[in-house]
Write a protein of this length. Sequence first.
Length: 380
Amino acid sequence: MNPVLTPTPSASLVRREVAGLPPYDPGADPADVAALSGSGRVIKLSNNESPYGISPVVGEAVRKALADGVSRYPDPSGRRLAEALGKSLDVPPDRVVLGNGSEDILGLLCQAVLDPGDLVVTQAPGFSLHETFPRVMGARVHKVRVTAEFGFDAGAWHDALAARPKLVFLANPCNPTGAMLTAGELERVVAALPESALLVLDEAYGEFARSRPGYPDGLEALRGLGRPWIVLRTFSKAYGLAGVRVGYGIASDPALVQALDRVRTPYNVNHPAQEAAIAALGDHTHLADTVRRTALEITRVSERLRAAGLRVVPSSTNFLFIDTGRPADHVARELHRAGIIVKAWREPGYETYIRASLSTPGDNDVFVRCLTAICAKDKP
């Protein structure tokens, strides 16, 4: 006879820091939107994925990796990928750490560095996990707001850093705005950093911005800096590998990588993902073509939306931050009826904004037409 199981009030076991966290918002489920719209095809613009797919050499690398068998564990150190990255970036492989997406490394950094009560400084509006992961560890989070024009507020950053944070998350370009820091603005942040602070420069969208005037390559900017830092990058965005999840960090010294290795799961990047990243890293033509086509669409779609009277933040990424002038949740629901998924921004002060990643020109035209029609119909 099976023993009777007494229900356990599991909610009482959960740490209070965790109980108060909002769940991560990935955007609406495509199947739900398809059912609502009655359309067999959904335009998904909520996750900043590349519409241009993967390089052919990546497909071949994944097929070979699967043919080699998936019954054995991957290389826990990701040595071949770390060596390929080290060669590409001119850094020793022992300064490279791999993650299941770059946000995996964000979580590892918080686990390895933060004690309850420590101060973390980041941006607002910003990537939700820059706030969530520190709060999991019981840290305090101060968010530095952008200017009214979504620019860098040097005075606000100076004051925030004067409070001596232990960890600083700085995204360049920024998610969700798409705005970038110039070399001079990054220099100001670095100059104001307390010597004991760890600077985390999140360059998840850096490939899209690298050819823009004034954009600083974070790795080059921080080389030789006599304080701890790490630059985070990913294969999920410009390289199109969102489905296999590969991110990486380049650290100021091997000791930081070793600390992250102590808290990460041993096999956090699977074998097909490692092989896909190695192949993607070597196909410069596919990357350049993706960046070029994305930049053309960013310019074209931004101009059309501004011509329709909408405010669009200048973007150096593959997405746009758009002020709809009305509750973003309402706009998102109306777009769902048209079979289009965007992300309604809910951060205080930005509740009228949506973030939309760009797709192919045809999909983008449908998005512009539907969004402008919704906003024209619902003029306050």
